[in-house]
Design a binder for this molecule. Structure first.
Ligand code: NAD
Length: 383
């Protein structure tokens, strides 16, 4: 049975909503039945029409949409919502949806602030509903293989973690030119206290913790606003301390002119290192201390079962961004199916980012900002 869901955000001219819709569709686990695609009613309706949805399931506000859904019969009403709005419209719809008994999949960062994220946490704990957070890079099969290699001890005790996310698209004062995505991302009221540190720094921090299996414990950060007139940071870097004595470096910048989404992670242990680059996502480089480097490839027979379970095609047929989102959606659908049978054991059993990662992301933003402003620099990071 497909899970019926509606979308909040993802209207005309938006970015990530359409990616979520394609990802949710890909493995056949979901059926989009309604939405509040925009806070502008006619724009929301026009997206609903384009998607072939019945007009009475499409609304100009998430409140009206949720109220209408909850009045439908159990066989008809949605089971989940997908929240793909700017950060200032994350907490309110998530909390309302959870209160009404719906499961939630939401894009990162979890909320506008750590305080808001804690409000979501209360509702997840109170209702026991499933919440998934789309930290996309954790959905890539070769990132899962990297995590497995670290966990299996192949790299030995982890010593260094380098993670970087350079982009170039905010190299100019784009928000002054009416660019929608730049507009809200550089506005503290809609983005939160972090600019680049929230938008892409949270992805980098999540990737580092996901692959290494180690949590960041202390941060020494520098945030810069490079472009004149911009209200938030557009360039962030930090030295990191992790559990078990590992250390690392994180870079998240949106003013690396000419870069696209050049995510890269390198992890080094006592016995060797690994390297994954987003522009070549189906390869994983393993570099042992005493031997030639090896390239692990997605879709081959020698990978860990969790890697293979997140791959759809034989080796050499590229999979990418939408498939990485789809892997998160598929985990979310399995969790909901189990919930309905009374067997939901919590997000850890399904390997998708969830509430705890969302709370850590918000604490990461706040710790980066606090460290950058403080004289002593090294700042404890915990949730
Ligand atoms: N995981 C990823 O890789 C990734 C990539 C891009 C964006 N994101 C996240 O996704 C979210 C959306 O980003 P985007 O780039 O798609 O933004 P966007 O500006 O392109 O789209 C936002 C959409 O939300 C709608 N919206 C705004 N307020 C609304 C409201 N009150 N009710 C209903 N709809 C409303 C807008 O009309 C628009 O359609 C952000 O939180 C962002 O951080 C994540």
């Amino acid at each position: 049975m497909k899970i019926r869901y509606s979308m909040i955000g993802g209207g005309p001219g938006s970015f990530i909503g359409a990616v979520h819709r394609r990802a949710a569709w890909l493995d056949g686990g979901f059926e989009l039945v309604g939405g509040a695609f925009s806070s502008n009613s006619s724009q929301s309706k026009s997206t609903g029409e384009e998607l072939g949805l019945s007009a009475e399931r499409v609304h100009g506000s998430f409140e009206a949409m949720l109220e209408a859904e909850v009045r439908l019969s159990g066989e008809e009403r949605i089971q989940a919502v997908s929240i793909v709005t700017p950060n200032h419209v994350h907490a309110a719809p998530a909390i309302r949806a959870l209160e009404m008994g719906f499961h939630v999949i939401i894009d990162k960062p979890l909320a506008l602030s750590l305080d808001e994220a804690r409000e979501i946490e209360k509702l997840v704990k109170k209702t026991g509903r499933v919440l998934a957070l789309t930290h996309t890079y954790a959905g890539y099969p070769m990132v899962k293989e990297a995590r497995h290699l670290v966990k299996s001890g192949k790299l030995g005790k982890i010593r260094k973690i380098f993670v970087e996310y350079p982009q170039g698209w905010l190299s100019t004062f784009l928000e002054s030119e009416g660019n929608r995505q730049a507009g809200w991302r550089t506005d503290p009221a809609r983005s939160g206290a972090g600019g680049s540190v929230g938008d892409i720094g949270t992805h980098a921090a999540h990737l580092a913790e996901y692959v290494s299996g180690l949590r960041i414990t202390e941060i020494c950060a520098e945030l810069n606003t490079v472009v004149n007139g911009r209200q938030l940071d557009d360039d962030a870097a930090a030295l990191l301390h992790f559990e078990e004595g590992a250390s690392g470096v994180l870079i998240a910048t949106q003013v690396a002119a000419g870069e696209e989404n050049a995510v890269k992670i390198r992890v080094y242990g006592e016995l060797g290192g690994l390297e994954w680059i987003h522009s070549n996502p189906n390869s994983l480089l393993f570099k042992p201390l005493d031997g030639p480097a090896q390239i692990y490839r997605a879709g081959t027979g020698y990978l860990h079962e969790s890697t293979s379970a997140n791959t759809r095609l034989p080796a050499g047929h590229p999979e990418g961004y939408i498939e990485a989102f789809a892997n998160i959606y598929t985990g979310f659908s399995r969790a909901i199916q189990d919930y309905e049978k009374g067997n939901y054991q919590g997000p850890e059993s399904y390997d998708f980012p969830s509430l705890e990662e969302g709370i850590r992301g918000m604490a990461f933003i706040e710790t980066m900002i606090a460290s950058s402003k403080s004289d002593k620099k090294w700042t404890k990071f915990s949730i």
